[in-house]
Every structure is written in structure tokens, then in C-alpha cells.
Design a protein around this ligand. Structure first.
Ligand SMILES: NC(=O)c1ccc[n+]([C@@H]2O[C@H](COP(=O)([O-])OP(=O)(O)OC[C@H]3O[C@@H](n4cnc5c(N)ncnc54)[C@H](O)[C@@H]3O)[C@@H](O)[C@H]2O)c1
Length: 435
């Protein structure tokens, strides 16, 4: 990574609205590239934490990057919607699941409405939030109705939680779209120092590229989860099966890991949103829709596995659940498949003892005793379920685990434990597909 040309850095002051995963990564990434950045959020507690060096979110390397940024100056966090004197504003606010699966754009619209009066006409407003195709056009219309001439550019974010900063500095691609070539070029220039493939296009293509990526990933995981079920049924070695599948250069090895169902803050809402977008245009996205249905069904399959290993009923059975975050490397619990699974176990009368390295025992999680260690969660449990693939789970002493458990059943819904070591400890190991 080099730095952008001095004339670009000195002439471009950045504003960021929304200090969550995307906003913090964008603010810190652009500040590291040399830009002066002001980042806003509605949450004063979050802003206070960021000002004092607490990045609020669990992300590798973020504490250090934030500390260095605060030390060096040129980075401010504040509440409010006033961003005077900036040249480019990145909108990184939530676009949650709305009615009938469509994206709820009310926060984004409110922010545009509130800012429109204070944005100079030569400002570029960049929509980084994930939005359906057509949103940037609507944002521009809103601005014009309010007498604001700022240009609107789509620059969807593709970061992966747990790798947010790494993905900022080494993205697979950067997509920038809009009808105003100068505005698109201005945004592209911000990333000039990165060794990244920059794809410039129109609004709709840029907007759709993000939802399409997430819907494809969701579909791929659902396909693999279905294969894992079939592997269990026919006695196929799932790791070898997926190795053989991924070795095909037309398919590739990534995102071919069975799990308890896809979740997190993005895949569920973005897959639902692209299906809803398709329907609003008379296009039925059968595959993406099937992925949503398959995911719900797969979560039921995993719950069935746990019940059967618990002896046919979960009533008053104690289940240890390792992992609460939606995936390893993040503390994000939003739409976590672990929590969806736990909800099913609780409905069936199970007693759930959960553990996650990012979730403190004081954390209130309805119906769950949050434990301070993996072994603590297993103490007295009838079944152990692995719901998040934290590396530390694979390194645990399973003889010790067997000694504190009441039952023998281990359901590895992430296929991440060393199967031989678990069996050697006298435990009854079940995975998604044979291992
Ligand atoms: N998390 C991811 O991995 C990821 C990846 C790519 C894209 N996205 C998309 O980026 C957008 C933001 O996602 P996120 O995960 O960073 O969300 P987040 O929930 O982590 O953060 C959003 C932030 O916006 C703030 N906010 C809410 N309303 C606001 C307002 N009116 N003014 C200022 N700040 C406001 C919230 O307080 C919060 O701090 C969404 O559209 C999401 O789909 C997320």
C-alpha cells in the first residue's frame, strides 16, 4: 500500500455517517491513507467510546489502528448530522430487513433529509450501505427536491466481519457507480493507493453487485448444507467430498463448509431483499428464494440431530452450546444461527449453557446461562453442540470435557472439532456429514 497523491489527500476531507462495522472501517481505513476524517453517529455512548480508543466492535487489529489514528490527529468522532467543510460523505447507516423482505431504507432517507440542507453542491455523497437497485436515484431526487446539488455515488461495502480492516486495505474489488463521471473519479481517487481492482459502472449495477454477492454466498452455503445432510444419509466423507468439489476450478474451494445455517447482519437481510426486489420488478429469483427456505429447513435439521443425540427429547436436558457469535472472528450476535438454534432448543424445554469468547457472562441472553469458559458450559451437560467455529474449540482437552459432561453426545454443527480426539475421549461424535 502506498499513499494517495498529496493533491488528492489535501483537497479531500471525508465525512462518514454511521460508526458501525462499515463506518468505523471506512473512517479508519481512509484516515490511515492520509485523509482528514470526521465520523458521526447518533449513539453518544458509541461516540464517547470511540473518542477514548474503544472501537466498540470486535475486529482484529482495530484497537491498534484506532489508537494510532487518535494519536496522529485528523480523525474526529461526533454526534449529530452537521458535516461542514467536507468534500466526500460516506453513508454507512443500517438498512435492515423491512416489510415482506424488502430493505428498510428509512434510516438512510432520514439521514439524507437531515443532511441535505448543510451539504454543499460540490460534495459527493457516497452510499456505502447495502441498498436495492434504484436507491441512489431516489437519494439524488431527494437532494434535488431539497435544493441540494451534491452528486450521489454508489460504493457498496464488501468487507467481511472479523477481517474488516484487512479487507479495506486489500479488497477483492471496489465497485463505484453513478452517472456523474467526475464524482465517480473523485471516489476512485480516494482508493488509488490500494492495489485493488476498481470496477466503475452505473448506480443500479453497483447497488445490485452487493446484494447479488450475498445472495450467491447464501445459496452456496445452503447447497453445501444440503450436501452435508445427504452425506450423513449415504455415509459419505464430507471433508473429502467438499475437497473434491472445491478442486474443480469452475467451483473453487471457498465457502464450501457446512454449518448450522447462514446468518449474521447481512446474508439473511440481503438475500431476502434481493428476492423482494426481484418480485417488485416481476422477476422471481428462484435460487435465492430456495436458499432462504433451505436455510430455515437446515436449522430444523440440526435441531433434529441434537434432539436425537439427546435421546429423543430435549425436555430438561442440559445442552452446552459452544459459540454464540454468527461466525468466528466477530462478536456480532445479529441473526446468529447459534441463537436461532438455541431458540429451537429452548422451545423444546432444553436448559442451555452457552459460551463464546466474545460474550461476557454478564451478557443477558434470554433463556441462556452465559458461561465463562468452554469447560464451564459443559459441566453437567447432556449434549455439547458446536455452533461457531472458534479455533480454540478444536484445541480443547476432550478428556477433560468428557469428565465434566453428564452425557456423551457431541454435535459438531461446524465440522471444526478434531473428530478422532473427540471419539478417543469416549464421546459420541456427530458432524454434518461423516467425518
Ligand atoms: N457488517 C457488515 O459486515 C457489512 C458488510 C457490508 C455492508 N454492510 C452494510 O453496511 C450498512 C451498515 O452496516 P453495519 O454493519 O456497519 O451497521 P452497524 O449496525 O454496525 O452500524 C450502523 C451505525 O449507524 C448508526 N446510526 C444509525 N442511525 C443513524 C443516523 N441516523 N445517523 C448516524 N448514525 C446512525 C448506528 O448507531 C450504528 O453505530 C448496512 O447497510 C449493511 O448492510 C455491512
Amino acid at each position: 500500500m502506498s499513499t494517495p497523491p498529496e493533491e488528492v489527500v489535501s483537497a479531500t476531507r471525508i465525512g462518514v455517517v454511521g460508526c458501525g462495522y462499515v463506518g468505523i472501517s471506512t473512517a479508519l481505513g481512509l484516515h490511515t491513507l492520509g485523509f482528514d476524517v470526521t465520523a458521526l453517529d447518533v449513539d453518544p455512548i458509541r461516540i464517547d467510546a470511540l473518542c477514548s480508543g474503544d472501537p466498540v466492535i470486535e475486529e482484529s487489529g482495530l484497537v491498534e489502528v484506532l489508537a494510532a489514528a487518535l494519536d496522529s490527529g485528523g480523525l474526529r468522532f461526533a454526534t449529530g448530522t452537521e458535516l461542514g467543510g467536507v468534500d466526500v460523505v460516506f453513508l454507512c447507516v443500517p438498512t435492515p430487513l423491512g416489510v415482506r423482505g424488502a430493505a428498510d431504507l428509512s434510516i438512510l432517507r432520514n439521514v439524507v433529509d437531515a443532511m441535505s440542507g448543510s451539504l454543499a453542491d460540490d460534495v459527493v455523497l457516497v452510499v456505502k450501505s447495502t441498498v436495492p437497485a434504484g436507491t441512489c436515484a431516489q437519494v439524488e431526487e431527494m437532494l434535488r427536491e431539497r435544493g441540494c446539488g451534491a452528486a450521489v455515488v454508489s460504493n457498496p461495502e464488501f468487507l467481511r466481519e472479523g477481517r474488516a480492516m484487512a479487507d479495506f486495505f486489500a479488497p477483492d474489488r471496489i465497485v463505484i457507480g453513478g452517472p456523474d463521471a467526475a464524482a465517480v473519479a473523485k471516489v476512485a481517487a480516494l482508493y488509488a493507493a490500494l492495489d485493488a481492482r476498481i470496477i466503475t459502472t452505473d448506480w443500479a449495477t453497483a447497488e445490485l453487485s452487493k446484494q447479488a454477492a450475498n445472495a450467491y454466498l447464501a445459496s452456496r452455503v445452503s447447497f453445501v448444507n444440503g450436501l452435508a445432510q445427504l452425506a450423513n444419509a449415504v455415509g459419505a466423507e464430507v471433508d473429502t467430498l467438499l475437497e473434491a468439489l472445491g478442486a474443480d476450478s469452475r467451483i473453487g474451494p471457498h465457502f464450501l463448509k457446512p454449518g448450522p445455517g447462514w446468518g449474521g447482519a447481512c446474508l439473511p437481510k440481503d438475500t431476502a431483499a434481493i428476492v423482494a426486489l426481484g418480485r417488485s420488478h416481476g422477476v422471481e429469483l428462484h435460487i435465492a428464494n430456495a436458499a432462504v427456505i433451505a436455510n430455515a429447513s437446515h436449522q430444523g435439521y440440526v435441531a433434529d440431530l441434537i434432539r436425537s443425540r439427546a435421546g429423543g427429547s430435549l425436555r430438561n436436558r442440559t445442552v452446552a452450546v459452544w459459540g454464540l457469535a454468527f461466525k468466528a472472528g466477530t462478536g456480532d450476535l445479529r441473526d446468529s444461527p447459534a441463537l436461532a438454534l438455541i431458540a429451537m432448543l429452548l422451545v423444546e424445554g432444553a436448559i442451555v449453557r452457552g459460551y463464546d469468547p466474545t460474550v461476557a457472562p454478564e451478557h443477558l441472553l434470554e433463556g441462556v446461562s452465559v458461561c465463562s469458559s468452554a469447560i464451564d458450559a459443559c459441566t453437567g451437560s447432556d449434549v455439547l453442540v458446536v455452533a461457531t467455529e472458534w479455533r480454540e474449540f478444536a484445541e480443547i482437552d476432550f478428556v477433560e470435557i468428557a469428565s465434566v459432561m453428564n452425557g456423551r453426545a457431541v454435535v459438531d454443527a461446524r465440522n471444526c472439532l478434531p473428530a478422532d480426539a473427540v471419539r478417543a475421549a469416549g464421546l459420541d461424535y456427530t458432524s454434518l456429514g461423516i467425518r
